[in-house]
Design a protein around this ligand. Structure first.
Ligand SMILES: [Zn+2]
Length: 312
């Protein structure tokens, strides 16, 4: 009896020490993980979907902040320097990236620019848009707004992850394939909305960062400003033009984008009776959404519903 008791005690002791070891080993594993830094939300979210907790992942842009005016802190620069993989967009808003990368030893770093993965197109100025006179037309950086582009980006990130961290390659390929299937479903859902719609024109009482999205689904659009405009106060003429378009074509929805000033869209909604809805461009997400683990696919699924209403 006593022997059995002693045996049980020693088994428990072994179990405790084993679990102690496991804990220690996990901590070591954390240090052994590769480190990935993404500048903004979409590539951050893509890496999270492909790699889960197998990597140390950082989003530089603080949740809820404006992506176009982002300036890195000294801490951000150290974060980039310590990355095995660094992912940025590569447009006008990322001019600071080139300056920083030039000053760094990047030999051990793999650098991905989203605009190098997909075919970038220039920002488009459509009728009624306000443009600053000296403003040059630049390549549109919002490449991720088309789910088809997101598929290419996820493929490229998956391949890079498999090369840099071959030990986990099988998992990355499996997760990447699963995520690509979700993105293709999303693309099909948007296409179905457009195929069954009564109209193909959308109106934004806001900036318009959806060039790639509109191209993909053959949508035409009117908006107050191009995608990366820093302007937020439209002229009376611009607002009147958009109100007129909505009234004339009986458009049921006026869109605004995320984390911005919705006053213009409010005014247009009041004047026309159109419903004000969000089309989320996914530059960044709110603190609450970030904490709740909201994904690109979640935001885009809401866009499918809001687009459906807008094309009625
Ligand atoms: Zn933008």
């Amino acid at each position: 009896m006593k022997r059995v008791f002693l045996l049980i005690i020693s088994v428990i002791a072994i179990l405790i020490s084993v679990s102690g070891c496991t804990q220690k080993k996990n901590i070591q594993n954390t240090n052994g993980k590769i480190t990935i830094t993404a500048t903004i939300f979409p590539p951050y979210d893509f890496v999270r979907a492909i790699a889960g907790d197998r990597v140390n992942l950082t989003m530089l842009l603080p949740p809820a902040s404006e992506s176009h005016s982002f300036e890195p802190t000294p801490k951000d620069i150290i974060t980039i320097q310590n990355s095995d993989i660094f992912i940025y967009v590569g447009g006008e808003s990322d001019e600071w990236v080139n300056r920083i990368l030039e000053s760094m030893d990047t030999r051990t770093m793999t650098i991905i620019s989203l605009m190098d993965i997909v075919e970038a197109v220039e920002e488009e100025i459509v009728e009624g848009m306000e443009v600053e006179e000296e403003e040059e037309v630049a390549y549109d950086e919002h490449v991720w707004t088309s789910p088809q582009n997101a598929v290419r980006i996820v493929q490229a990130i998956t391949e890079t992850l498999c090369k840099v961290d071959a030990v986990n390659a099988d998992l990355y390929r499996q997760n990447g394939a699963h995520y690509i299937a979700e993105l293709r479903d999303l693309d099909t859902a948007f296409q179905a909305v457009v195929d069954n719609a009564n109209r193909n024109t959308i109106v934004f009482g806001d900036r318009f960062p959806f060039r790639y999205f509109a191209d993909r689904y053959g949508l035409s659009y009117f908006a107050a400003f191009p995608g990366c405009s820093t302007e937020t106060e439209p002229s009376a003429g611009t607002v009147a033009f958009l109100i007129d378009k909505i009234k004339h074509e009986r458009i049921p929805v006026v869109f605004h984008i995320e984390l911005g000033n919705e006053r213009m869209a409010d005014t247009i909604a009041e004047e026309t009776g159109a419903e004000k809805l969000l089309l989320h461009a996914c530059h960044n997400i709110s603190k609450k959404d970030f904490e709740n683990g909201v994904t690109y696919v979640d935001l885009m699924r809401q866009n499918v519903e809001n687009l459906r209403k807008a094309l009625q």
